[in-house]
Design a protein around this ligand. Structure first.
Ligand SMILES: [Zn+2]
Length: 274
């Protein structure tokens, strides 16, 4: 059986906090049953003494043990205020999980470290920690706040086809620092609405410092840049200009080719243009 003191320490407890602790293995899952010592908390409403009026089980998942799932079943006390005018009911303070989430702080701490590793996908993290991909996503969206990077003076905006795009879009919007040649922002959609939502949160002084913005020919980029980056010169980036020119030349070549008789030398030469 796993070491109890070790498990207790991963739950941010010391042995003196424990009234009863028992661990059992059922198949490939461990269950720890915990009752904490009664600390006789005061009523959070009126400050009077309280008494325990029973227990309710709160189950949560914590760090795996030798890759086996590990659940903690906490016999959580319910209290009632002794003041007859108050009689407020409340439960023992939850020191194991954030809010009503059924994952321990230690498990979520590991998930947070894994999310910081750019080599891991959400699927990798879910499998590593024996939790669902949805749980990793909920945790990441609800509790992790990655600070926004400052807009660079010379930025580029483009889209990337991805099944991670949201709000009905098939494309993520990616923004790069053209000088440093690195990525500084990804938005879940390239829609005008999403772009406006992003830029209107950025202080005007910061937006005014953007001198150049490169982009393709997607109109919303142009509209949003004109409105929110008034000092930026809008430049069509080289790749898209060449791509557009290439498409137009191809169209022109095919149009001319079709004016010649099929099988003629002119038709043949134009058809095999490289
Ligand atoms: Zn009370």
């Amino acid at each position: 059986m796993p070491n109890k003191d070790y498990i207790i320490s991963t739950l941010n407890l010391v042995p003196d906090d424990i009234e009863n602790f028992n661990i059992v293995r059922k198949g490939e899952t461990f269950y720890s049953y915990i009752t904490l010592k009664d600390r006789h908390p005061s009523c959070p409403i009126c400050g009077s003494a309280s008494r325990c009026k029973g227990f309710v089980d709160f189950t949560f998942q914590t760090m795996p043990i030798n890759s086996f799932d590990h659940y903690v079943v906490w016999h959580r006390r319910r209290y009632i205020c002794k003041d007859p005018d108050c009689h407020y009911s409340f439960r023992e303070t939850n020191c194991f999980t954030p809010g009503s989430l059924h994952f321990s702080f230690s498990l979520l701490n590991q998930v947070a470290k894994d999310i910081a590793n750019l080599h891991f996908t959400y699927k990798d993290i879910a499998e590593k920690n024996n939790i669902s991909i949805g749980s990793v996503e909920i945790y990441s969206d609800s509790f992790l706040n990655v600070p926004r990077l400052v807009l660079p003076e010379n930025m580029g905006i483009d889209e990337l086809y991805s099944d991670m795009a949201k709000y009905g879009s098939s494309y993520l919007c990616v923004m790069v620092d053209n000088t440093e040649r690195n990525l500084f922002e990804i938005l879940p959609s390239r829609s005008k609405h999403e772009l406006i939502k992003y830029f209107e949160k950025i202080p005007v002084e910061e937006r005014n410092k953007v001198k150049f913005i490169t982009m393709d020919l997607w109109d919303p980029y142009r509209d949003v840049a004109r409105k929110f980056l008034p000092n930026a010169k809008i430049c069509a980036d080289g790749y898209h200009v060449v791509e557009q020119l290439s498409q137009r030349f191809t169209r022109l070549r095919v149009d001319i080719m079709n004016q010649f008789e099929h099988g003629s030398s002119a038709y043949y030469l134009l058809k095999n243009w490289h």
